[in-house]
Design a protein. Sequence first.
Length: 85
Amino acid sequence: MRQKPKPDNYLNGLKLQGNFYNDAVIDPYMLERAEIMRGPVSVLYGKSSPGGLLNMVSKRPTTEPLKEVQFKAGTDGLFQTGFGL
């Protein structure tokens, strides 16, 4: 069985382990940004897929208290809440 090569996934510069069946699931609410790097980026990240990679950067703590609430609703009964204190 052939499988299309997929870009490597990184979290804060560290490679996430996983394969086609058990990829790590990261909640987008916990991310500050996502960096998409196209092409071979072996200079920065060592051996990686030739198609590029996805580096997810998590939110950093702040000196001031951050208070936010998020509500999300969608199709197929999707209802999600999030909060940051």
